[in-house]
Design a protein around this ligand. Structure first.
Ligand SMILES: Cc1cc2nc3c(=O)[nH]c(=O)nc-3n(C[C@H](O)[C@H](O)[C@H](O)COP(=O)(O)OP(=O)(O)OC[C@H]3O[C@@H](n4cnc5c(N)ncnc54)[C@H](O)[C@@H]3O)c2cc1C
Length: 387
């Protein structure tokens, strides 16, 4: 291929996946990350079958299966530990062809990083302006030694929830809004076997995901006003979830003080009318930040990346047509997943009224196993483009 050059704004899971997908299709890539160090903050991550297939397409499946924990999600319980819905793991794997994967975010990020040429990764590089132009795009950024301008055949805006690229090129878009819930997360040492599963209570959810090597990721989510904090977040959670079923109290007891992360959940409530402007494409949270209720945010970013790499396989000359195809393939699906995730949160974690919770729980108990499986598999059943 000719010297096709892509600049990727943002070195999160989405940006690195995009850089890797393009690199594997012969592109020269430059990743610009504003942080001083390339790393992923946060605890664990559930990667559903679609995300795992995307990572397979990027050549990382075997390494991540080794570094994480492969398991079908186990189902949903109430706070007393009674199963509302259980997933037939064998049948799910048979349908989807792979397990889901629990993985430490740092492991996924490191695996992506190590698959890229070190010379393509630039930290301390804050993008300030993107010029989308029809024949080439330009990116202005502040590096450690001052301002720079880069010319590229393609620019990928993978700069996350508060994307500067989106704000600049989609100035009328209202941006992210608070979804009504706050989440707490931790990755801890917990070698006892625990099924990957979630638990619902009124206006609350607790999730646990083994992430391999004797480690476990747990999260808790509550309806709450934005911007709150507690002097001791773990103590506040113990008070709220301390009487929930085993092993929830044990997980919190095994959590060292200071490792719990607290984040308000924001999402793009107004979907973008397009992910493309000239030679610039948005990807990941920049394009479709969603609530985490379906465990699909990073999964959709990985899908975006795999599709972007595939449509751009012909190189720089074909970029306009490639980006039209990217938008057509990715926008409907990622926005449908975002909508479904928000609805799942409203019906699941956010439902608070005790009567509504009782009706919901009874209804979920009555869903036949095959229908529950179909609904869980609905968005996980994605396959990368062939070729
Ligand atoms: C509580 C919670 C739980 C979640 N659980 C799951 C889960 O189980 N499974 C799942 O699939 N997803 C999950 N997600 C969603 C997932 O974390 C995100 O969708 C995913 O990490 C988004 O990746 P990204 O690369 O698009 O954005 P980000 O990770 O936000 O990366 C953007 C990067 O761009 C950089 N940047 C920003 N601005 C600039 C600039 N101007 N110049 C240069 N660099 C810049 C940032 O520093 C950052 O490194 C969860 C999210 C939350 C909040």
């Amino acid at each position: 291929m000719d010297d096709s050059h892509a600049v990727v704004v943002g070195g999160g899971i989405g940006g690195l996946s995009a850089a890797l997908a393009l690199h594997r299709h012969g592109w020269r890539v430059t990743v610009l990350e504003r942080a001083a160090e390339l790393r992923e903050v946060g605890a664990g991550l559930s990667l559903m079958a679609n995300a795992v297939r995307g990572l397979d397409a990027l050549g990382l499946g075997p390494a991540l299966r080794d570094g994480g924990h492969g398991e079908a999600p186990g189902g949903i319980r109430d706070r007393h530990g009674r199963w509302l819905s259980r997933v037939d793991a064998t049948e799910m794997v048979r349908q989807l062809g792979t397990t889901a994967l629990g993985v430490h975010r740092a492991t996924l990020h490191r695996t992506l990083r190590e698959a890229l040429p070190a010379s393509s990764l630039h930290t301390d590089a804050t993008v300030e302006h993107v010029e989308p132009g029809p024949d080439h795009a330009e990116v202005r950024y502040q590096g450690p030694d001052g301002p720079h301008t880069l010319r590229a055949d393609l620019v990928v805006g993978a700069d996350g929830l508060r994307s500067r690229v989106r704000a600049q090129l989609w100035p009328r878009h209202p941006g992210p809004v608070y979804a009504g819930s706050t989440a707490w997360r931790a990755a801890i040492a917990f070698p006892d076997p625990v099924p990957a599963a979630i638990t619902w209570g009124p206006g609350a959810e607790f999730g646990m995901v083994p992430i391999g090597d004797g480690q476990l990721y747990w999260y808790a989510a509550l309806n709450a006003p934005p911007g709150g904090h507690a002097p001791d977040e773990l103590a506040a959670l113990r008070e709220r979830f301390g009487d929930w079923h085993d092993p929830i109290p044990a997980l919190m007891a095994a959590t060292p003080p200071g490792v719990v992360l607290r984040n308000d959940i924001h999402h793009l409530a107004v979907p973008l009318p397009t992910y493309v402007r000239g030679r610039v494409a948005l990807l990941g949270d920049a394009a479709h930040a969603m609530t985490p209720n379906l465990g699909q945010g990073a999964g959709q970013a990985i899908e975006d990346a795999v599709v972007l790499g595939a449509v751009c396989a012909a190189g720089a000359a074909a970029v306009p047509a490639a980006l039209a195809a990217y938008d057509e393939q990715r926008r409907p699906r990622s926005q449908a997943v975002a909508r479904a995730s928000f609805t799942a949160g409203r019906f699941g974690q956010q439902l608070r009224n005790p009567l509504a919770v009782a009706v919901r729980d009874s209804a979920v108990r009555l869903i036949p196993a095959r229908a529950a499986l179909r609904s869980m598999a609905r968005y996980a059943d994605w396959r990368p483009p062939v070729g």
